[in-house]
Design a protein around this ligand. Sequence first.
Ligand SMILES: Nc1ncnc2c1ncn2[C@@H]1O[C@H](COP(=O)(O)OP(=O)(O)OP(=O)(O)O)[C@@H](O)[C@H]1O
Ligand SMILES: [Mg+2]
Length: 323
Amino acid sequence: MTATLPTASRETLLSLEPALRAEIRGQSHVIPRVISVLQRGQLGLSKPGRPRGSFLFLGPTGVGKTELTQAFTRHLFGEEKLLRFDMSEFQTQDSLGLLLGAKLGEAGFLGEAVARTGEGTILFDEVEKAHPRIMDVFLQILDAARVTVATGQTLNLSSFYVVMTSNIGSAELLSLQHSTDATLERHVLTRAQQSLRPEIFARITEKIVFHRLSYEHQLEIAEKFLRKEIAFLHAQGHTLTVGDSVLPFLVRKGFHPKLGARPMRDAVEKSIGDAVAGNLLAGGDANGRLRVDKGTDALVVDRNSGEACLTVLFSKQTRKCPA
Ligand SMILES: Nc1ncnc2c1ncn2[C@@H]1O[C@H](COP(=O)(O)OP(=O)(O)OP(=O)(O)O)[C@@H](O)[C@H]1O
Ligand SMILES: [Mg+2]
């Protein structure tokens, strides 16, 4: 008997790459490697008795490690199937009880979350900070996809992907301006192997170093945030068009070479949010044209600017606003 794939599953897998590329910018070396593991996992080709796939995502802060995990989980299973644990909160001896239950009858955060979701992705952030006894649990998860909780029940994690993230070695990475990507990757991987136990490192399917984000990629990300913010406000009943000067303004406010795209997200949310709030507090609505006010170096919304233009971004299908 030949096993064929249901059409819906095939379509979900075939649309994974464009979906990830639409969300994640400047990490094009990462996406094919992640997709390869996910395809094998979804097609039932990963090793029995192991997680469907496991990843170690390394690299500086704010460059897309968590975003990529969220994006593939959302695409394959739905957002609610991402179970997220920040290992900076699991650094003490007692943390094991938090994760797997402290006394008889408790399943712990992991046990409860796995029972609730059944399949999906388990994300362990800042993995190097976990207590050594939790590292033992990682080993069991990666090796056998099984872990016993305080209820006495053994969890089966073979329907889950496991993602571990870490910034190990990245401070140096940001200071080594002139090295090639290959040299930087080797440096970060060596540091990660030293910090995590070698036996954990060896059992992870894909270990990937994310790069710092260039100015050009941050510009693309700013556009993505801007689109999302405009769509969010539209859903709240505020229809905005965007003047030409807005995107360069946001990039100037939000670009940070070492902190990745987080400051950009904050700049977009704050600048546009303040402009909209200004209009609402003045008693008006916030429908109109978003532009930069040179005097205050802030964004403002000009109301009733009519049908002067559509939302102006760098995309091909939008029409340019008059200057
Ligand atoms: N490469 C990228 N493409 C698109 N958006 C990105 C990218 N990198 C970061 N972002 C955006 O920046 C924010 C922070 O990114 P993310 O949470 O993925 O950082 P991280 O790499 O996990 O950092 P940390 O190590 O601090 O956890 C998110 O809102 C995300 O949308
Ligand atoms: Mg993260």
